[in-house]
Design a binder for this molecule. Structure first.
Ligand code: GLA
Length: 693
C-alpha cells in the first residue's frame, strides 16, 4: 500500500515539474495589442494603431475613449492561434470616431475554425461600440474579422475598425498571430481543342470610312486558313492571318460568317459588323503597361508585349489593345510655360507652389525624358524612349492588334509629363496621325484647373476632347479616367466616354490583402451602376492585376482563388478586360485565368448587361446578369475565411422550373436543377455558372 502511495506521489511530482504552469498558473490577461502583428492581414499597408487609432490619437468609439486596443484599416483579419489555453475573449468593437467617410459600414466577427461565434452586425460611424464577452475554452484557432461593405480604396486608411480593450483571458501559452496556409494554385480552364474554335465577340462596331481592323480570334493548331462570307464592300481578309482591314462607307448592320480551318477541322461563327457611330460595342480587351512598368515603359516594352499578345495565345481569345499609359511624353524643362496665362486659372498659385510641381522639376533635368515637349507648331512630342510613334503603331497593327495612348486634360500627367491642357485639338490630331485607336484621358493636374467639383467643371475637359477626337479620321475608343468623381457613370456616355474608371487606382498599394480588400470593397461596390453600362459605354473598375509584375517586382499579391474571383467579377461587370501584368512572364496559371473563352463570353455578351447583386451575407456575394441568348450568368463568391457551400436559389431572381447548369470555369455541364443550385467554393474563391432554360 505504502509503496503504491509513494508511486502516486512520484508521478504527481513528475507531472508538477513537467507542467508547472498548466496545473497551478492563474488566469492571465493578454491584450490583443501586445501580440506581434507582423502576420496580421489588413488593408492600408503598414498602418495599424496599437493602443491608439491609426492617426496616433486615442481610440474613440461613439465618443468613448479607450486606452487599450487595436485600430485597423478594414477589410482585415487577425488569425490567432490560441494554443488551446484561452478561456475568454473580451472587447468593445466599433468604427473609430476619426473616420472621414461617415457612411462607412463595418461588421466585426469572431470565428473559430469553421463557425461564427459572434457577429456585431453592421456598425456605422459615430455609434456606440458593441461589447464582446465570449467563452473560447477549448478553441484553438480564432479569426477576428472586420469586414467593410462598399468601402474605400485600401490605399487610404479610411475604414477604421477598432478592437478596443480587446483581451484574452488565458492560463498558459500566449496566443499568437498566424497567417493562413498559402493556397496551392489550381487550373480549372480546360486546354482549347486542337480543331479551330472561333472566340471573341459576336458584334463589332466601326464608323463609316474609318480604317477597319479586326483580327479573328481563333484557337486551334496552326496553320489556319480563314474565310469570311458576305464581307461588306470595302473590307478584305488576309486568309493566312485572319485579319480584316479596309473601310466601309455605308452605315448599316452587316452579318458575316467567319470561318477557320486547320488540319483537324473547321469552325464557323456569325459575326455582326455594325457601321455607325458607336465603338466598343463589347468591353475593350487588351493590355496596359502601367502596373508593370510605370515610368520605365519604352517602345521596346510595348513591342515585346504586342509580340507576347500573339505568342501567348491571348489574341486568340480577343485581347487586342496594346495600350501605352503615362510617361511616353516629355517632362517639360523648367522654363517651359506650362500654364501660359496664370490669371485665367483658379488655382494657379497653388499649382505653381505645389509639392507635385517641385517633384516634377526634379525630373526635368533628365535628358532622356526632359526638354521642350512640343514642336514649334505646338504638336506634342514623344520622349527618347519612344523614337517613332507611327512606326510603333504600324508594328502593332501589322499583328492585327490595336494601339492605345494616354494623356491628361491638365498641364501635367500624374507622373509629371506634359499634358494636353490648352493643346487639345493638336493632341487629338497628333494621336490620330500617329495611328492610335484608344485614348485614356486622366484627370491628374486638371484638379488645379477646374474651378470647382461641379458637374459642369467635371464634364468640361472630357467634352472638349471628345469633340476633337470625333473629328479625327479614325476610330478612337475614349477611356475617361477621373476616378469616379461626380458619379462619372451618370454623364460619361453623353460626354463621349466608351468606358470610364469608376474608382481610384485599384492597385495603388500592393501589400498582401490590399488587392483583395479592393476586390471586396470596390469591386462589389459596382452594384447599382449596372444601369449606366451597355454597348459602347462601360464601367471600368481598372486593370486586371494577376500574375507577375515586370522588372522582378514579384507577383501581384492575390491567392489563386482570389484571382478566379477577380476575373469572374470583371466578366460579370462587363468591365474592360485590360491586363496590366508582365507579358513576358505569363505562366500557365495566369493564362488559365485570362483565357477561358466561356468566362470571357460573359464579359463580351452582345446584350451588354452588367451583373447586379442578387444575394449578400457576411460570407457570400451572388451576382447575376442576363445574356443575349436568354441564359443567365451567375457568379457565386465566397468572401469568407473557409471553404463553404454557396447556394443560389431560383427565388433570388424569381425564376421557375428547371435549368441546365454549366460550370463555365470547368466548361462542364452539371445537369438539370430546379429551385436551387449549390456549389462548394474555396476561401475567397468564386464559381461562375450559366443557367440555360
Ligand atoms: C493615375 C491613373 C493610373 C495611371 C497613372 C499614371 O494614377 O489612375 O491608371 O494612369 O495615373 O500616372
Amino acid at each position: 500500500m505504502t509503496q503504491k502511495n509513494d508511486f502516486v506521489k512520484i508521478i504527481i511530482l513528475f507531472i508538477f515539474f513537467l507542467f508547472p504552469c498548466k496545473i497551478f498558473s492563474a488566469d492571465e490577461t493578454v491584450w490583443l495589442s501586445s501580440l506581434n502583428f507582423d502576420k496580421a492581414m489588413y488593408a492600408g499597408g503598414k498602418k495599424l494603431g496599437i493602443d491608439k487609432n491609426i492617426n496616433g490619437d486615442k481610440i474613440k468609439i461613439g465618443g468613448k475613449k479607450f486606452d487599450k486596443g487595436v485600430c485597423v484599416n478594414a477589410h482585415s483579419i487577425f488569425y490567432i492561434d490560441l494554443k488551446g489555453s484561452a478561456s475568454r475573449f473580451r472587447a468593445v468593437v466599433g468604427v473609430d470616431d476619426a473616420v472621414i467617410d461617415k457612411d462607412i459600414k463595418i461588421s466585426f466577427r469572431v470565428l473559430d475554425d469553421k463557425k461564427e461565434l459572434w457577429n456585431s452586425g453592421i456598425l456605422n460611424a459615430g455609434k456606440e461600440g458593441k461589447t464582446i464577452d465570449l467563452d473560447i475554452k477549448g478553441i484553438n484557432n480564432l479569426a477576428l474579422i472586420s469586414r467593410v461593405y462598399d468601402g474605400n480604396n485600401c490605399q487610404y486608411a479610411y475604414n477604421l475598425a477598432d478592437w478596443a480593450d480587446a483581451k484574452f483571458i488565458t492560463a498558459g501559452d500566449l496566443p499568437e498571430l498566424v497567417t493562413p496556409p498559402e493556397e496551392e494554385s489550381y487550373i480549372l480552364t480546360p486546354k482549347p481543342p486542337k480543331n479551330p474554335r472561333i472566340n471573341g465577340p459576336a458584334i463589332y462596331g466601326a464608323r463609316p470610312n474609318s480604317p477597319f481592323l479586326y483580327k479573328i480570334p481563333v484557337t486551334g493548331v496552326r496553320p489556319l486558313k480563314f474565310s469570311v462570307k458576305n464581307l461588306p464592300e470595302g473590307l478584305r481578309l488576309d486568309r493566312e492571318k485572319g485579319i480584316i482591314t479596309g473601310s466601309v462607307s455605308q452605315r448599316g448592320k452587316y452579318t458575316v460568317t467567319l470561318e477557320a480551318e486547320n488540319s483537324k477541322g473547321k469552325d464557323k461563327k456569325d459575326f455582326v459588323i455594325k457601321i455607325g457611330d458607336k465603338l466598343a460595342l463589347t468591353p475593350p480587351m487588351g493590355w496596359n503597361d502601367w502596373y508593370s512598368y510605370t515610368m520605365s515603359v519604352t517602345d521596346k516594352t510595348i513591342r515585346e508585349s504586342a509580340d507576347q499578345m500573339i505568342s501567348s495565345g491571348m489574341a486568340d481569345y480577343g485581347y487586342s489593345y496594346i495600350n501605352i499609359d503615362d510617361c511616353w511624353m516629355v517632362v517639360p524643362s523648367k522654363d517651359y510655360p506650362l500654364l501660359e496665362d496664370c490669371s485665367k486659372i483658379t488655382d494657379c498659385e497653388r499649382f505653381s507652389n505645389s509639392a507635385y510641381l517641385k517633384y516634377v522639376r526634379q525630373n526635368s533635368t533628365n535628358s532622356e525624358i526632359a526638354g521642350i515637349p512640343r514642336d514649334e507648331a505646338g504638336y506634342i512630342l514623344s520622349n527618347s524612349h519612344f523614337p517613332d510613334m507611327s512606326a510603333l503603331t504600324d508594328y502593332i497593327h501589322s499583328k492585327g492588334l490595336k494601339a492605345g495612348i494616354y494623356s491628361t486634360p491638365g498641364p501635367l500627367t500624374c507622373a509629371g509629363y506634359v499634358g494636353s491642357y490648352l493643346h487639345e485639338e493638336k493632341d487629338a490630331k497628333q494621336i490620330a496621325k500617329w495611328g492610335f485607336d484608344f485614348f485614356k484621358y486622366d484627370w491628374c493636374s486638371y484638379r488645379y484647373i477646374a474651378q470647382d467639383q461641379s458637374r459642369k467643371e467635371l464634364v468640361k475637359p472630357y467634352d472638349t476632347m471628345n469633340a476633337w477626337l470625333k473629328k479625327q479620321p479614325r476610330d478612337i475608343v475614349f477611356n475617361f479616367c477621373q476616378y469616379g468623381k461626380g458619379n462619372v457613370w451618370e454623364w460619361a456616355e453623353k460626354a463621349g466616354g466608351n468606358c470610364w474608371r469608376t474608382t481610384l487606382d485599384f492597385g495603388a498599394l500592393m501589400t498582401p490583402y490590399c488587392l483583395y480588400t479592393n476586390l471586396v470593397t470596390l469591386g462589389f461596390a459596382h452594384n447599382g451602376l449596372e444601369k449606366w453600362a451597355g454597348p459602347g459605354h462601360w464601367n471600368d473598375p481598372d486593370y486586371i492585376l494577376i500574375g507577375y509584375k515586370a522588372e522582378d517586382k514579384g507577383r501581384f499579391m492575390l491567392s489563386p482563388s482570389e484571382q478566379y474571383s477577380y476575373m469572374t467579377l470583371w466578366c460579370l461587370l462587363s468591365a474592360p478586360l485590360i491586363y496590366s501584368g508582365n507579358m513576358n512572364k505569363l505562366d500557365e496559371f495566369t493564362l488559365n485565368i485570362l483565357c477561358n473563352n466561356e468566362v470571357i463570353q460573359v464579359d463580351q455578351d452582345p446584350l451588354g448587361q452588367q451583373a447586379k447583386r442578387i444575394y449578400q451575407d457576411d460570407d457570400t456575394e451572388i451576382w447575376a446578369k442576363n445574356m443575349a441568348d436568354g441564359s443567365i450568368a451567375v457568379g457565386l463568391f465566397n468572401v469568407g475565411e473557409w471553404e463553404q457551400q454557396v447556394t443560389f436559389k431560383w427565388d433570388y431572381l424569381n425564376l421557375d422550373g428547371s435549368y441546365n447548369v454549366r460550370d463555365l470555369w470547368r466548361q462542364k455541364d452539371l445537369g438539370t436543377f430546379s429551385n436551387d443550385f449549390t456549389m462548394s467554393i474555396l476561401r475567397h474563391g468564386a464559381g461562375l455558372i450559366r443557367l440555360v432554360p
